[in-house]
Write a protein that binds this ligand. Structure first.
Ligand code: ADP
Length: 164
């Protein structure tokens, strides 16, 4: 069982082995947390590394170095865009967490930080996403220390509620 804690802050500053990026399927840097990660890691180097990966289908995850970050790796996962819940959004979001955690294990990481995948521009209902994230991380069978790094208080509250 992975160990999970909820924090408030900026994921680019996390002192962990790997941070997860809420990317897009093209792995072409966007806004939000993706933009912040690309800026902090070094845009030119991270863009070049991402281009070599040739995209990432929704729910899957691919890894690059962390470049200028404290984190050694960036695990890029493409979250589902929320429509109305009938387009396998829940399953795809769960897959993002599982496949990112699998990448972390494959790269021998012991500590991983996640942002709140899909709950920004992708419009996923926050409480619903938080429940899926917490349950999936806690049920993941590996000795990982995982941190959910929430960027605002509303997000932190939703994840703390989901922990209960
Ligand atoms: P998505 O497209 O998957 O919805 P967003 O980047 O729009 O991704 O939003 C995902 C979450 O990341 C939101 O809760 C947003 O507030 C948060 N976020 C934005 N910048 C950062 C950051 N530097 N560290 C952690 N979380 C961040």
């Amino acid at each position: 069982m992975a160990d999970l804690k909820i924090t408030l802050g900026d994921i680019t500053k996390s002192k962990v082995d790997a941070i997860v990026n809420a990317a897009n399927t093209g792995l072409v840097g966007g806004g939000g947390v993706d933009g912040a990660i690309h800026r902090a890691a070094g845009k030119a180097k991270l863009d070049a590394a991402c281009r070599k990966l040739g995209g990432c289908p929704t729910g899957e995850a691919k890894t690059t170095p962390g470049f200028n970050l404290s984190a050694q790796y960036i695990i890029h996962t493409a979250g589902p865009i929320w429509r109305d819940g009938s387009f396998e959004e829940d399953k795809l979001l769960k897959n993002c967490y599982i496949n990112s955690l699998k990448q972390a294990v494959a790269h021998d990481c012991k500590t991983v930080a996640f942002p709140s995948i899909s709950t920004g521009v992708y419009g996923y209902p926050l409480d619903r996403a938080a429940k899926i994230a917490v349950k999936t991380i806690k049920n993941f069978d590996a000795p990982l220390k995982v941190e959910m790094v929430c960027f605002d208080q509303k997000t932190e509250e939703a994840y703390l509620k989901a922990m209960k």
